[in-house]
Every structure is written in C-alpha cells, then in structure tokens.
Design a protein around this ligand. Sequence first.
Ligand code: KG4
Ligand code: ZN
Length: 337
Amino acid sequence: MTTILGIETSCDETAAAVVDDGRQVRSNVIASQIELHRKYGGVVPEIASRAHIERLDGVVREALDQADCSSDQIDAIAVTNRPGLVGSLLIGVTAAKTLSWAWQKPLVAVDHVVAHATSPAIEVHPPPWPAVALLVSGGHTTLYLVRDFDSIERMGSTTDDAAGEAFDKVATILGLSYPGGPEIEKLARNGDPTRANFPRTMLGKDSLDFSFSGIKTAVLYHVHGQGKTAGGLERWSQQDLADIAASFQAAVVDVLVAKTMRAVQRAGVSTVVLGGGVAANKALRSALERECHDRSLTFHAAAMQYCLDNAAMIAAQGYHIHQRGEFAALDLSATTQ
Ligand code: KG4
Ligand code: ZN
C-alpha cells in the first residue's frame, strides 16, 4: 500500500488529505476562506496567502489525525504547485518541501487542473478511462481526453471566461454574494429556464472551445438595460430574478453538454467524467447524466466532496506520479499557469 499526504493551497481553500493507493481517501480536510473574502466580492490574494500560513499547519495535523496516520506511515508528499495564485501556492509548496526534508519522504508536484480532471476516478475501481473529462471550475473550462492517469490530452478550452467565473460574475449582476455558483443554483431552483433566451455560444460547428463572456454581457444588458433605459435591480421581482438565474444556468449547461458530446464523438470513447467546482451544480450533473444515458454512455461525476478545491484529488493524482518515479527536487517552485 502507498500512502500519500496531499496539500492544496492554490486559491482560497487550505486543504490536506491522506489517500491510499490513489483512490482510498482516509481523510480530506478543507478549511474554507469564503467568509474572509465574501465582503470583497472575490478572492483577495494577500488575505488568502496569510490565511494559508495561519491554517495549514493545523489542517495537515487534522488530516493525519483523522486518518490515524503518523508521519512514518506516509510514503510521499504531493503538493499543488500550479496553476493558481502564486503567493497561495508558495505556502503549500514551502510546507510540503519542509515536510519532505524533515521526514525524508519524496516530494511530488501536482497540476491542480489535471487533478480536477482525474478526480472523478477517486474511490472508483477500475478507473473510468478512457474517458472525455469535462473540467469546469472558477479558473478553467476544459475538455480532456483522458486515456490514463499519465495520458491526458487537451481537446478544447475556454477562450475567455471560465464557466465558474461566468456564474460568479452573473451572481454579482443579480446582487448575490460570492461565490456565485451555489447562489445562482439556489435561486434558479424556483425559476423558469425558458423565460429569457440567453446566447449559446458554440464558436462554429467543429469547435471544442468555449466562450462565456458573451452570455455574461447578455445577462448584464437584460438586467440593467442599455443607454437611456439603463436601470437598477429594483425593477425586477424575486421571481424575475429567479427566472433570469434559471435561464442563464440553462444556457451554460446546454453549451457544456453539447460540447462534451462533440468531444465524445471526436474521441470515440464511451465514458464521460465531470470534475471541478461547477461540477457541484446539480442541473449540470443531471443534464449530463441524462444525455449520457440517452446515448448509452457511462457517466461518472466526481463525488461532491471532491468537486470543490480539495487535497484528496492532489494526493490521488500524486500517487500516479509517484508510481512513475517522477519526484520533485527541494528547489520546486510554484507557477501561476
Ligand atoms: O474548483 P473550484 O473550487 O476552484 C477553482 O479551481 O476555480 O471552483 C470554484 C468555482 C466558483 O466559480 C464557484 O462559483 C463554482 O465553482 N461553483 C459552482 C457551484 N459550486 C461552486 N458553480 C455552479 N453551481 C454550483 N453549485
Ligand atoms: Zn480548483
């Protein structure tokens, strides 16, 4: 058995986890900073870095305690070193390097986005590959062809805003708090998704890329009007706002589902997996599940606790890197991309 301690600090969650053999999660501890950033309407990098410094030590201890694991039972330390906020990443990377040196255990560097893409395989055996993976988060919207944990090919990606970013920006337009995705989903539950016909930007019939900046602008104009007609939120009832949220969500889901099906056809695979923060959205999960069912495709969404940023997915992906013997040196650095 190989036991990996995972550490994740790329954005605003301080997280540590202990995972056996890349799929059995023994602990998955996440200290969310949402409350610290909410009043600013988004993540403030300086505040995020400071909070990681304050919390990481306790979060790592908690992950080891919950797993009932001592340092000598850990085989390697896996840490996110890209992409993300560089100040935040460096806190995790520095802690991981220190533990690697103090415990004399190998260090493994993990790409956060790749970890999101393979997170649907956690606790799934055998792994669901080959599959088309749709990764939808605050920073990324990408389709991958995953042949195996070490064979991951990008098929398409967003040309502007990520899906989560569109949810967050539209939430701000609708006067909702940060992070906007869960707020939009909640509001949309009582809304009519056919009330407003927001654009489904497909970027040509063969494209596997995404563009979500147009829909954000369309919602802005719909809500506030343009030029002389411009007005505030107060002219909309709660039901109107719910209808707008539902219509926006439906448009984003339609595009994500359609492009994923295009990718499946192109790749010639019969499995679809879904990961990333926006994968927590139940409308998206059930729309993809329905479409896959109708086309006799297998569908795996990452379990809810592995959708938002977490260290279990870092330890899980780190395991496969460890098995290949790809260790990082103690001069490992962090990069934003
Ligand atoms: O993966 P994640 O935790 O962080 C990044 O790597 O970006 O994703 C965060 C994003 C945010 O944009 C948030 O609004 C979105 O995921 N999100 C959701 C939902 N829960 C989180 N979007 C739509 N519906 C949700 N239920
Ligand atoms: Zn993420």
